[in-house]
Design a protein around this ligand. Structure first.
Ligand code: 6R9
Length: 676
């Protein structure tokens, strides 16, 4: 086990934020309509019945051929779920709904400018558009089953259309969050060896139409320098009639999708019959070292899992209008805007802009106009909406039956405002704890069965068996003691590996707690999530935050190493250390400490240059709260930077005993600089 001092930090957090809270019970109206209200599910999904209980999830899908084996563990911990089964994700999200529901809205696309019309795309229209796009990908871009393609697009209806077109062909998509920089896109192009990049030329963000095409040119250039050639860039035009990007098209490389599609009008593409274990997509996420990890998700297992979670935890019925505010460029958007809701034939809302633009009522106007009744967002958005418009929800006529929070721990005060103001006391809330790696939920209450407890995610969802280990790798069975949360069993939504790096996959998530590295038995390979948590007497888990070097900014995971590496590109920088600082809206923000090279005078200009370098290389979401140009880093005698001391200074908490450091005097100097 890593020797990170989980208990010390978490107890401090608990003292500040967390009190044992009362339970909240779902209304009988909710329970009466819930997709899952039979408590026997926990009995059926006990480990004695593993892995067969997961066939209940797989049966929610339409298969060309059923599986030969539920779970193949012969290459543990790389598992194959529903092995031998044949399936297509695009078919399951679209074609199978046409017979009964072709005129139903699949996607409501809400552009950021309120003057623009909302686009309502029926399942039939989605079918037509996905088929035509699939034909373009196959015939113009020459993509085929197993190829990888990088998609760097903002929130728009064209993004799920592109993803589903890839899935139809068996092409593995890798979507990069739209707000990420060209360099982040390039890293993912190189790692996934994509020869095709798909982008949108422009998009709206807080009232400004941003040119996005420019990032594509830059990304292709950087990727080429790193040895990966992109021969085709497909450009969706955001407003083909009104606006086109100033960034010119590159002859022989760039193709305007909107125009090219005219060649494929009316073309239909048979969905590829994929093996259940074939990869569906890659989703890159930050890790403890600089290089992002390409989490590889399979087809049948992933789709079965997110469909079941959408049905039983999100409680989506076909007649619901469901709005998840996340960005499709993150796992939440993949699983709970696109694949899960569409597999269930729901109507899924996609909103281009930020929830608080142009004012704090925007989200509630959207909910009112579209009759949204299931709402899904993150603590960072809830905090922002609460801060700028605590009384806004009451002004609008919408009614949620169900709400979700995801991405970070939610403070009980914020939870209560969410429940009473946003939910108007009528909605149940699920606090879903999970990760990019896990595909779908791990801990949450089942809304029709278990009561809610503000600040706690809840027990493992049916089929997931969590437990806590201490730093020596011993199980903690007592309630109320913080440790490392782990999952005893594999599950179908679990990622299959890190793209191209099986060793890193095993090392990061399993090796530290593996009972026998040669074993092919799943019981020897519990999953280490990398979060600190504790279990209460009632079996509910309270998630306390990351134990590795990851900062969760507004629900987005940023590697401290990524930010540090970005700042080190600035010539004058000698050393960099990033620590998270509490922020009342974003949850955490990075504070960047910099020691300059000898002889370099600290200036505001250098600080700005460093901050810009971080934004350029990663994106604006990584922008440091402040760049502190310090005389030296506090270090241990073996030369390790004491990030914990810097974190205490940034957060104005006790730095503890620093006398054992190699340079204790610098701590006071930095403290004065930061705190006074
Ligand atoms: C889905 C998603 C994963 C990390 C995870 C944890 C934090 C997510 C949470 C939560 C407390 C919740 N996290 N949900 N912490 N309560 N309900 O967010 O995926 O971007 O990979 O982040 O987010 O620390 O390990 P991802």
């Amino acid at each position: 086990m890593s020797k990170k001092d989980v208990v010390e930090t978490t107890e401090a957090q608990i003292a500040v934020h967390w009190k044992e809270e009362d339970y909240y019970y779902p209304s009988s109206k909710f329970v009466g309509q819930a997709n899952l209200s039979d408590p026997d599910i926990f009995e059926r999904f006990s480990l004695d019945n593993f892995p067969d209980y997961y066939t209940e999830f797989a049966e929610l899908l339409t298969w060309y051929k059923y599986w030969d084996e539920v779970l193949d563990t012969s290459d543990a911990p790389c598992y194959k779920w529903f092995k031998g089964g044949l399936i297509n994700a695009s078919y399951n999200c679209i074609d199978r709904h046409l017979k009964d529901n072709k005129n139903k809205t699949a996607i409501h696309f809400v552009p950021e400018p309120e003057s623009e019309k909302v686009e309502h795309i029926t399942y039939q229209e989605l079918y037509v558009r996905v088929n035509e796009m699939a034909a373009l990908l196959r015939d113009t871009a020459k993509l085929k089953r197993g190829d990888r393609v990088t998609i760097h697009m903002p929130m728009s209806a064209e993004l799920p259309i592109t993803m589903l077109a890839c899935a139809r062909l068996g092409v593995i998509h890798s979507v990069v969050f739209g707000g990420f920089s060209a360099s982040a896109s390039a890293d993912r192009i190189v790692d996934s060896q994509s020869r095709v990049l798909i982008v949108t030329d422009a998009y709206y963000r807080s009232g400004t139409l941003l040119d996005h095409k420019i990032n594509a040119d830059e990304a292709v250039k950087i990727a080429k320098d790193q040895g990966q050639t992109v021969d085709t860039v497909l450009v969706w035009q955001r407003y083909p009639e009104k606006y086109s990007s100033d960034t010119p098209l590159v002859e022989g490389r760039d193709i305007v999708v909107n125009q090219e599609l005219s060649k494929y009008y009316g073309v239909r593409v048979e969905p590829e019959k994929m093996l259940s274990e074939d990869p569906l997509f890659l989703m890159y996420t930050s890790g403890t070292t600089g290089k992002p990890k390409g989490c590889q998700h399979g087809t049948g297992g992933y789709l079965a899992y997110v469909t079941a979670m959408s049905k039983y935890i999100q409680d989506i019925h076909p007649e619901d209008v469901y709005w998840c505010m996340a960005d499709i460029g993150w796992i939440t958007g993949h699983s709970f805007i696109v694949y899960g809701p569409l597999a269930l034939c729901a109507s899924s809302v996609i909103y281009e802009g930020v929830p608080t633009y142009p004012d704090a009522g925007r989200s509630w106007r959207i909910a009112q106009e579209l009759d949204v009744n299931i709402f899904h967002t993150a603590p960072t958005a809830i905090r922002a909406l609460r801060k700028i418009g605590p009384d806004e929800p009451a002004k609008y006529n919408y009614h949620f039956k169900h709400m979700t929070t995801v991405g970070e721990p939610i403070e009980p005060e914020v939870w209560k405002w969410y429940e009473s103001a946003v939910g108007k006391g009528e909605a149940i809330i699920v606090d879903t704890w999970w990760q990019t790696e896990t595909g779908g939920f791990l801990c949450s209450t089942v809304p029709g069965i278990k009561p809610m407890k503000p600040g706690s995610a809840g027990p493992g969802v049916p089929g997931i068996h969590p437990f806590i280990l201490d730093d020596e790798g011993k199980e903690i069975t007592e309630a109320g003691i913080a440790g490392n949360i782990c999952i005893r069993n594999p599950w179908p939504g679990q990622f299959q590996t890190i793209w191209g790096d099986r060793d890193r996959f095993v090392k990061t998530y399993f090796a530290d707690i593996c009972r026998n590295p040669d074993s092919k038995d799943w019981q020897d390979w519990p999953y280490l999530a990398g979060d600190a948590a504790m279990m209460a007497e009632d079996g509910y888990f309270r998630i306390l935050g990351r134990i590795d070097d990851v900062i969760n900014v507004s629900g987005h995971r940023l590697g401290t190493k990524e930010i540090e590496s970005a700042s080190l590109v600035v010539q004058e920088v000698a050393e960099a250390a990033v620590v998270p600082v509490a922020h009342d809206i974003k949850g955490k923000e990075p504070d960047l400490y910099i020691a300059l090279r000898p002889g370099v005078e600290p200036t505001e200009e250098i600080a700005r240059k460093i901050s810009d370098a971080v934004c350029d290389q990663i994106g604006k979401i990584a922008k440091p709260r402040k760049v502190w140009l310090v005389p030296d880093m506090p270090k241990t005698r073996s030369g390790k930077i004491m990030r914990r001391v810097l974190g205490a200074i940034s957060n104005k908490t006790d730095v503890g005993n620093v006398m054992t450091l190699a340079n204790p005097e610098v701590v006071e100097e930095i403290r004065v600089m930061v705190q006074d």
